[in-house]
Design a protein around this ligand. Structure first.
Ligand SMILES: Nc1ncnc2c1ncn2[C@@H]1O[C@H](COP(=O)(O)OP(=O)(O)OP(=O)(O)O)[C@@H](O)[C@H]1O
Length: 258
């Protein structure tokens, strides 16, 4: 099992990441916003979870807090056995580099590097030698074999996002967080990316958490958790696009009656 060097206490984790009574407050006085209000949720190992909810419900905040990109106000956020609030900036940077993979809506590739250099960049920075066989598997999985020496500007949006997915997978992180990974893609490229993310879970045992607005995207996940006004309000196992839509409709109907 993964164990961060800074971790203390007993090993008891089944979740790759877990929030317990997690609250996040931005600002103070008149600008105070409670973005997360006592959220408790676990993201099981080797599972694909989608986070859904209306705009402003706290989806990105939850992802950022769980990924150690944003400090929590109260409660607990853990990756593996590591309590993020106990880590200093340097330890957090190390944890993000070693244990977390990211895929963002804007592909966030370095324009001067080739596809291969972008994929291996986090490991280059960490001075870790990539596992050649693993790298080949990933590059094959995302269908980039013929494009490794291309720079991002020479690749389509879908191919750039495939590079970002390969980069997230390359170091076999404890967990991958994807924030609207198909937001900038046409539906065919989007479906490919979602297919790669779910393949990485089912075939490679990766843990993936994805924020999305799209019921079709959410249907690739094993489980959907719904946020509303900073609270976890519902969840759906084995979602289909129809069941997600249905559930979202229900929320809208509830909103109208309260
Ligand atoms: N840095 C910040 N400073 C102040 N308030 C913030 C900050 N980031 C987010 N918020 C507020 O926290 C709440 C939750 O925002 P968040 O971005 O997590 O929502 P979201 O569900 O991801 O929304 P969207 O679907 O529109 O991306 C919102 O009310 C937002 O305005």
């Amino acid at each position: 099992m993964y164990r961060h060097p800074a971790a203390t206490g007993p090993v008891h984790t089944v979740a790759a990441a877990e929030a317990t009574q997690l609250s996040k407050v931005y600002g103070e006085g008149e600008t105070r916003v409670v973005a997360l209000d006592g959220v408790s949720v676990g993201f099981a190992r080797g599972r694909f979870t989608a986070i859904m909810g209306p705009s402003g419900s706290g989806k990105s905040t939850l992802m950022h807090c769980m990924a150690g990109l944003d400090a929590i106000t109260t409660g607990s956020a853990r990756i593996g056995d590591t309590e993020l609030s106990t880590l200093g900036d340097r330890q957090l940077t190390k944890l993000r580099r070693e244990s977390v993979g990211f895929v963002f809506q804007a592909f966030n590739l370095l324009p001067t590097l080739t596809a291969l250099e972008n994929i291996t960049l986090p490991m280059t920075i960490a001075r870790r030698r990539p596992d050649r066989q693993w790298l080949d598997t990933i590059v094959d999985t995302v269908g980039l074999s013929g494009r490794l020496s291309h720079r991002p500007a020479q690749l389509s949006g879908g191919q750039q996002q495939r590079v970002a997915v390969a980069r997230a997978l390359a170091s076999r992180p404890e967990i991958i967080f994807a924030d609207e990974p198909t937001g900038n893609l046409d539906s065919r490229s989007g479906a490919e990316i979602l297919g790669f993310l779910s393949d990485s879970v089912r075939e490679l045992g990766q843990t993936v958490v994805m924020v999305t607005h799209d019921p079709v995207a959410a249907a690739y996940a094993d489980r959907v958790v719904f946020l509303s006004d900073g609270r976890l309000t519902d969840e759906l196992l084995g979602p289909t696009a129809e069941s997600v839509l249905d559930r979202m409709g229900l929320f809208k109907a509830k909103d109208r009656t309260t």
